[in-house]
Design a protein around this ligand. Structure first.
Ligand code: NAP
Length: 245
């Protein structure tokens, strides 16, 4: 069997970088996709110091030219893609995690958030799909959040009830819809598609207030990237446990 190839978006820092490290240590070749070349190369050097086979690919996920270039590059170099981790994401609303922005959401913020957290993932995934279909066991991991769960948002007793940054939350709900639809579209293939909630993790996005470190925060992505043939597809998972949509 040929060596597995994984592409991770936003892999220069945070959960994406740690996921690259953990998957790389399992002997998988990692394509570190990052929008900033300098940060991408710094990440690659750190991974290589850890003995990981990694290479840098410049990819702003909202740039459709770069998305097509990513396809062309992987197609010509590897001819397949085994693992796609849609990790890149943003939270750009004013307000902390404990606020509700539903009545004050700015349309430009909403648009930009959806462009990065939802539309770009659909575009990148569908562009790379022909390469993932060439893998013996393709795995697509969409970095969602528990904050995309409508079931939990509508339950006043749930731990996330008070945390309602509308643009971010709705973008993850939309991403979850893509997970469900794509998994159904690919049900007859060897490809598995799942949404991951990493936990509330100490990163630039998660803030220092988060209780989890990146080592644990990357575990759900790694687990879903390495699912066996009997593993789930079309699910919403945090550390092996299913979350309600
Ligand atoms: P982070 O440390 O802020 O990292 C985000 C990554 O996404 C960075 O590499 C960033 O690149 C990249 N990115 C943003 N926009 C991009 C674009 N247009 N093109 C390419 N890359 C882009 O955040 P994180 O906490 O590791 O988050 C990773 C994922 O987990 C996100 O999808 C997030 O929503 C999700 N998540 C995180 C938490 C948490 O508590 N941390 C909880 C639930 C879900 P730059 O360095 O260039 O900005």
């Amino acid at each position: 069997m040929s060596k597995k190839i994984a592409l991770i978006t936003g892999a220069n820092k945070g959960i994406g970088f740690e996921t690259a490290k953990q998957l790389g240590k399992k002997g998988i070749t990692i394509i570190v996709a990052a929008r900033n070349a300098e940060n991408g190369h710094t990440a690659i050097n750190k991974l290589k110091e850890n003995g990981i086979d990694a290479e840098f690919l410049q990819l702003d996920v909202t740039n459709t030219t770069q998305v097509q270039q990513a396809f062309d590059y992987i197609n010509s170099k590897y001819g397949k893609l085994d693992i796609l981790i849609n990790n890149a994401g943003i939270q750009i609303e004013n307000g902390d995690w404990g606020t509700n922005t539903a009545t004050v959401t700015d349309a430009n913020v909403l648009r930009k958030t959806f462009e990065t957290n939802f539309i770009s993932i659909v575009t990148l995934t569908n562009t790379l799909l022909p390469l993932i279909k060439k893998s013996e066991a393709g795995r697509i991991v969409n970095l969602s959040s528990i904050l995309g769960s409508l079931t939990l948002h509508s339950d006043s007793q749930s731990p996330i009830y008070a945390s309602k940054l509308f643009a971010y939350d709705a973008s993850k709900t939309a991403l979850n819809a893509y997970t469900v639809h794509l998994a159904a579209a690919l049900a007859a293939t060897n490809i598995k598609v799942n949404s991951a909630h990493p936990g509330w993790v100490k990163t630039d996005l998660g803030s220092d207030a988060a209780p989890m470190n990146v080592t644990d925060g990357a575990k759900t992505s790694v687990e879903l990237a390495l699912l066996g043939a009997n593993g789930p597809t079309g699910k919403y998972i945090h550390l092996g446990q299913e979350l309600p949509w």
